[in-house]
Design a protein. Structure first.
Ligand code: UDX
Length: 433
């Protein structure tokens, strides 16, 4: 089977590299020449554990993977075309901006000659895949193609594992022929007994948004529980642990913190609310999730500032700038939101992140860049642990005690035992404890 992946962003590259790992012939296309040149040298445009090795293997050893900027040249040979272009939030009305999807549709519609399956893998609002079908129909006979929805559920930082060992695969089709081709495509996972949900196209598109929205709701729920825990003397970690033992609730995505960020949850929730509004459905739950998540970093920054009456000229160290560990992605990072608010109040921010320093500096020039966590803590009036990178999980606090000016820790990810740090002499503030 020959696969063409259009868009070499996060989803496209992981999808391409992993399908090559299954043994398929994969061509990834992007109109960004610079990106294609770099990819042809196995240079990844972002950090994702394991991806560069996979690219190198399939570019140079198996030669199953290749990159090009010419979509029109590769369409005709493809059995399946995956659309994995970006669908950012539009400035107006929070809808997903689908212009990149339509642009690809126009182009491929003119170049398909033999039956081809066209798959939407980007997260797209309900109705998009059928709209894609309409656009393709203006250039193509109906027996020359089928459209399919096959959303991804990849988490940054563990995307390759998520692709190769998914909890489930969702495939939305409206023809037996395309269903069988998709079944064949995922045969390597089918053999591993990965559950595959076959459904109609609209349902498949809904599943993606409903899943992300539910996870985000779970996070916002526990975050508000954490706020109440702080007031009444309860411990949110124990609350979450005991709640999670109930199999109906489950333990995942119940870690209280500074709020969710990243390239998906914030964008997808806004788009989902916007879709619901279009159909006069009041998504009051998701509106509340959105609002409570937006206010969270503001409240946390306020709480930090008020806790020790920091003023202009004080220095605070921030450890972790990416929106989560194992990625250099700072999109909607709560760490950066908090940093900006503190900088606004005249606080100097010394910061360290294992991978995201460069991206963070592009967004906040005032960040004082440090080479290690300990360097960031030097002469600091306080330390904020904002992202739970593994290397922050076992910091030497005796060393930090020698370097820092004041011994105050804000552990926004609850990765430390408050008593242990208090015993060493730190004033410790967690979330919901
Ligand atoms: C998410 C979905 O998990 C994935 O299925 C989808 O395809 C893309 O969006 P990702 O954004 O990479 O993946 O990260 P995820 O691990 O889901 O975390 C998202 C945000 O929620 C992060 O800011 C994280 O710190 C936060 N989070 C997560 C919490 O605050 N608490 C939790 O318990 C879990």
């Amino acid at each position: 089977m020959k696969l063409v992946i259009v868009g070499t962003g996060y989803v496209g590259l992981i999808t391409g590299a992993c399908f090559a790992e299954f043994g398929y012939n994969v061509i990834c296309v992007d109109k960004n020449n610079d990106r294609i040149n770099k990819l042809n040298n196995a240079q990844c445009p972002f950090y994702e554990p394991g991806l560069e090795n996979l690219l190198l293997k399939h570019l140079t050893v198996t030669k199953l993977l290749s990159f090009t900027n010419s979509l029109s040249e590769v369409v005709a040979d493809a059995d399946i075309i995956f659309i994995t272009v970006g669908t950012p939030t539009k400035r107006v009305e929070n809808q997903a901006d689908l212009s990149a999807v339509w642009e690809v549709a126009e182009e491929i519609g003119k170049k398909i000659f033999n039956y081809t399956v066209v798959v939407t893998k980007s997260t797209v609002p309900v109705g998009t895949t059928l709209e894609l079908k309409n656009i393709l129909s203006s250039n193509l006979e109906s027996d020359k193609f089928d459209v399919v929805s096959n959303p991804e559920f990849l988490r940054e930082g563990s995307a390759i594992n998520d692709f190769l060992r998914p909890d489930r695969i969702v495939i939305g089709t409206n023809s037996k022929k395309s269903e069988n081709i998709m079944k064949e495509l995922y045969r390597p996972l089918y053999l591993n007994e990965t559950p595959i949900v076959f459904t109609n196209i609209e349902t498949s598109e809904m599943i993606k948004y409903a899943s992300n929205s539910f996870l985000a709701t779970k996070i916002s729920f526990i975050n508000q529980i954490a706020d109440l825990c702080e007031k009444v003397g309860a411990n949110v970690n124990d609350v979450a642990k005991a709640m999670g033992m109930d199999k109906r609730i489950g333990s995942k995505f119940l870690h209280a913190g500074p709020g969710f960020g990243g390239s998906c949850f914030p964008k997808d929730i806004k788009a989902f609310v916007s879709t619901a509004k279009k159909y006069n459905i009041d998504f009051s739950i998701l509106n509340a999730v959105n609002d409570s998540n937006a206010i969270r970093p503001i409240n946390i920054a306020k709480k930090i500032l008020e806790s020790k009456k920091y003023k202009k000229g004080n220095t605070i160290a921030i450890l972790g700038l990416s929106f989560k560990p194992n990625t250099n992605d700072v999109r909607d990072s709560t760490s950066l939101k908090i940093a900006k608010l503190l900088i606004k109040k005249g606080i100097k921010i010394k910061s360290y992140d294992p991978k995201a320093m460069n991206n963070a500096k592009l967004e906040i020039n005032e960040l004082i860049e440090c080479k290690t966590a300990y360097e960031a803590c030097e002469s600091a009036d306080a330390v904020i642990i904002a992202t739970e990178w593994n290397e922050f999980r076992a910091l030497d606090f005796k060393k930090i005690k020698e370097k820092a000016k004041k011994l105050v820790i804000y552990d926004l990810r609850n990765i430390y035992n408050p008593k242990e740090l208090r015993d060493i002499g730190f004033e410790y503030y967690g979330i919901g404890t």
